[in-house]
Design a binder for this molecule. Structure first.
Ligand code: BTN
Length: 266
């Protein structure tokens, strides 16, 4: 079995058996520039909801806010899913929260303790980043054409092997568990969780997702620096609102709703 193919074998056995993610919609590549770029291109060309793109390594992995996602080959999980949700453009950011929930549950199911969600897109363990989510969208005016949800999980490499800047704030499952993990089993759990939470959201709306997300989240009592289009501020985190936005309180007691931006916890 070639490098990375174990990813496909376990995923086919576990996570691609449901209604949404199926073997015909599964695309594995030994190396891609970015699974998100590839998934967006497939979606643009008409690929159905449930299309999954996995790579064993990425040469230009994309992170949020134009950052690079370091993606060495053979070690970690790099996966992007195509969704075609019947929802307005203004709700698309909630899909990042849906994917975060599926991701944190999947890493916990693999034995990682202490994993937490940080709004909007991070999975942290003891303040270090274990996984990140990048949601990209194409729309016609107010109507979503398609969304690509990309998930990167640091699995079997060592954080110390990343560039110094990333190494200082990253962690891997192997760092935590002191053993290597089967990326295919992790992928299967992630896909099963995403199908479940995405389905629940479609049926019951955002409330159940919000409830579960908050149980995993670093929120009340957390002090943070937020970097938003309106500027940088030190705040206390308070809540996730019913729309999926972050509620914070500023130093002078003003309550604010953060629609987009970067949050650094103290
Ligand atoms: C972030 O935390 O900044 C988001 C990181 C998202 C990385 C994943 S890896 C799979 C998918 N393909 C990409 O190019 N990016 C996402």
């Amino acid at each position: 079995m070639g490098a990375g193919e174990e990813l496909t074998r376990a995923a086919l056995a576990g996570g691609l058996t449901g209604g949404m993610f199926t073997p015909e919609r599964y695309h594995f590549h030994p190396v891609l520039d970015s699974t998100n770029r590839e998934a967006m291109a497939l979606a643009q060309a008409g690929a159905p909801e449930g299309t999954v793109v996995v790579a064993d390594g990425q040469t230009r992995g994309r992170g949020r806010l134009g950052r690079e996602w370091e993606s060495p080959r053979g070690e970690n999980l790099y996966v992007s899913m195509v969704l075609r949700p019947a929802m307005p453009v203004s709700h698309a950011a909630r899909l990042t929260l849906v994917a975060g929930l599926a991701t944190v549950e999947a890493v916990a199911a693999m034995g990682v303790e202490g994993a937490r969600l940080k709004w909007p897109n991070d999975v942290l363990v003891a303040g270090r980043k274990l996984a990140g989510i990048l949601t990209e969208m194409a729309a016609d005016g107010m109507r979503i054409r398609h969304v690509t949800v990309g998930v990167g999980v640091n699995v079997n490499g060592r954080a110390a092997a990343f560039s110094p800047q990333v190494a200082a704030r990253a962690v891997t499952m192997a760092d935590i568990l002191h053993r290597s993990c089967d990326r295919g089993v992790l992928l299967a759990a992630l896909l099963a969780g995403l199908e479940r939470w995405y389905g629940l959201y479609a049926q019951e709306g955002f409330a159940p997702v919000r409830r579960a997300w908050k149980e995993w989240a670093l929120l009340e009592g957390q002090q943070a620096r937020i970097d938003t289009p309106a500027g940088v501020q030190e705040v206390w985190l308070e809540d996730l609102d019913a729309e999926g936005f972050l509620l914070v309180r500023s130093q002078d007691g003003e309550r604010m709703r953060v629609l987009a931006g970067d949050v650094v916890l103290f």
